[in-house]
Design a protein around this ligand. Structure first.
Ligand code: FES
Length: 172
């Protein structure tokens, strides 16, 4: 006759394994949403914000003479709010239109310099060159200069930390 009050060692081991598995599944089910909530900000895109560049009349723009203007975007990234210093290159065209270029070379992102004698933007890294309208005129850059998204409100110009045709469509 079998003993009802004593379990065999193999039955006890089996029960321990089943309880262990159930505990693991419950633990994972509880941990996944909590981890998701904690880590989610890390994988979010950078916020897109508007920042005032200033009054156009204060920039003293001359036709075809680029003006490098610093701009500071306050953006939320993950759990923190950061200040991103950037440069806007404002170019007044002969007809009065304004262009707002990034100063970053479209090859690997080095900062550009304006060379007045050559009327070109020059990249010091690999010799990339752009003309006053942002078109590539030499070197390895694969595309014209990026232009900042901007808007005018009266005499004030506002810039977004985003390029007009950024293929990644995220904050800069
Ligand atoms: S980063 Fe400008 S040419 Fe390479």
């Amino acid at each position: 006759m079998a003993k009802s009050s004593e379990e065999s060692p193999s039955r006890r081991t089996f029960m321990m394994v089943v309880i262990g598995l159930i505990s693991t599944v419950i633990g994972i089910a509880l941990a996944v949403p909590i981890l998701g909530a904690v880590l989610n900000p890390l994988f979010k895109k950078r916020d897109i914000v508007w920042t005032k560049l200033g009054k156009i009349s204060d920039l003293n723009l001359k036709p075809l003479v680029p003006k490098f203007v610093p701009v500071y975007f306050r953006v939320k990234e993950g759990w923190s709010v950061n200040t991103l210093p950037r440069q806007v290159v404002v170019v007044k065209q002969v007809n009065g239109d304004l262009l707002f270029f990034s100063n970053q070379c479209t090859h690997l992102g080095c900062p550009l310099h304006w060379i007045p004698a050559r009327q070109k933007f020059l990249c010091p890294c690999h010799g990339g060159m752009f003309n006053i309208t942002g078109q590539v005129v030499g070197g390895p850059p694969p595309r014209p200069l990026y232009q900042w998204v901007h808007k005018m409100e009266g005499n004030n110009v506002y810039i977004q930390n985003k390029f007009k045709d950024n293929p990644k469509d995220r904050g800069i």
